[in-house]
Design a protein around this ligand. Structure first.
Ligand SMILES: *Cc1c(COP(=O)(O)O)cnc(C)c1O
Length: 391
């Protein structure tokens, strides 16, 4: 379809160059949006022919190719209608009666999805501290000893506790036990880390977040180098039906064109904010993998390029302070989700499904691309409001 396969291109260049239409005279430089549920066709969909848009459409292909190239995969990605669509399909790789080992601080809906699987198909779910390599190793080996081929779910950094997993070590342990590693790479983005090159078998994304980047699209993706897994995920997508609309796929690719610039700026802002908050008298705790006192700072530095744009803070005023802070913001958006150009924050425990080990007063900050001085000023005035609730 395109001529942008040059493997020597750097990742930042690929965000701009991958997934373009072929260079033909009079061809558009961007892919068209095709609105058609069905195709003139008499052939077989199994041969890759376009037959029916739930099974595949040309509108997904440029984004799938770009995502595959960016993640360093030998195959195009598979676009889904949401991150959870991709995650549900990936969890369906766990065999009935099998076992999935999952971080206790995974994205809460991923945990709920794993628990639902456990309820309906006797899948065993073990929750672990993914930063604790010894604990995860023991869980993987115990699972194998019980006769399973364990599926290790990795989120790194975790949402919202920002724990960082030792991906290469955990992949080695899991493969030695005959298991499979699935990594949710939403927080890091393919520019921050490429789990397939660190040993993961499958990568899933909420494209909704950084990849699309403008808080206007819900979309997901799954990627793998393995032909058999790719086919199983593709079939799960067709049958599960969590497929992407053409506009969403187009918007995500459009958003991805500026991923490198957005990530660069928001990471710079996040680092400056973390540094500002670290010694702030009205802040009880701040966590950011880029801070030297983050427990897995060295690990993150070794396996990621950049430390991401999510940080967490606990104001001195406790839960009431955290809620008052959220209401006092004028620039930051009091909103869920993350990875948009605009900075937003929320108290995660407002969701009942959030893990009980996440502190009640913890605020997750998604740092955007604004001028960081304005972000600091707004947060400072809101922290002063929160401090009124301090004992
Ligand atoms: C948001 C999110 C998801 C879910 O993605 P949706 O696009 O909302 O379905 C999964 N994993 C992580 C880490 C997320 O932040």
């Amino acid at each position: 379809m395109t001529d942008q396969h040059d493997p020597t291109l750097r990742p930042d260049t690929l965000t701009v160059a991958a997934g373009r239409p072929a260079r033909e005279e009079q061809a558009p430089v961007n892919p068209p949006v095709v609105l058609s549920s069905t195709y003139f066709s008499t052939g077989s969909p199994d041969g890759g022919d376009l037959v029916y848009a739930r099974l595949g459409t040309e509108t997904w292909l440029p984004l799938e190719e770009a995502l595959g190239t960016l993640e360093g995969s030998t195959r195009p990605g598979l676009v889904f209608g949401s991150g959870m669509g991709a995650i549900s399909a990936a969890l369906d790789l766990v065999p009935a009666g099998g076992e999935v080992i999952i971080p206790r601080h995974s994205y809460h809906a991923s945990l709920v999805a794993a628990r639902h699987l456990a309820e309906r198909s006797q899948v065993r779910v073990s929750e672990v501290d993914i930063a604790d390599t010894d604990q995860v190793t023991a869980a993987v080996r115990e699972s194998a000893a019980r006769g399973h081929e364990p599926v290790l779910w990795v989120e790194s950094p975790t949402n919202p506790m920002l724990e960082v997993a030792d991906l290469p070590a955990l992949a080695e342990v899991t493969h030695a036990a005959g298991g499979l590693v699935i990594a949710d790479n939403t927080f890091a983005t393919p520019l921050g880390q490429r789990p397939l090159t660190l040993g993961a078998d499958v990568v899933v994304h909420s494209v909704t977040k950084y990849l699309a980047g403008h808080s206007d699209v819900i979309l997901g993706a799954a990627l793998t180098d393995d032909e058999g897994l790719h086919e199983r995920l593709r079939v799960r997508r067709s049958i599960g039906g969590a497929v992407a609309g053409p506009w969403e796929a187009w918007l995500a690719l459009r958003g991805m064109r500026t991923l490198a610039l957005r990530v660069q700026r928001s990471q710079q802002n996040a680092a400056a904010l973390a540094e500002h908050l670290r010694t702030h008298p009205l802040v009880a705790a701040v966590s950011y993998p880029g801070l030297p006192d983050h427990p897995q700072h060295e690990r993150a530095a070794a396996q990621m390029s950049g430390f991401g744009s999510i940080l967490t803070l606990r104001p001195v005023g406790g839960v009431e302070g955290a809620e008052a802070l959220t209401r006092a913001l004028r620039l930051w958006l009091p909103a869920t989700s993350l990875g948009g150009v605009e900075s937003s924050l929320e108290r995660r425990r407002r969701f009942a499904a959030e893990a009980p080990t996440v502190p009640e007063d913890l605020l997750r900050l998604s740092v955007g691309i604004e001028d960081v001085a304005d972000l600091i000023a707004d947060l400072d005035q809101a922290l002063a409001v929160a401090a009124q609730y301090a004992e």
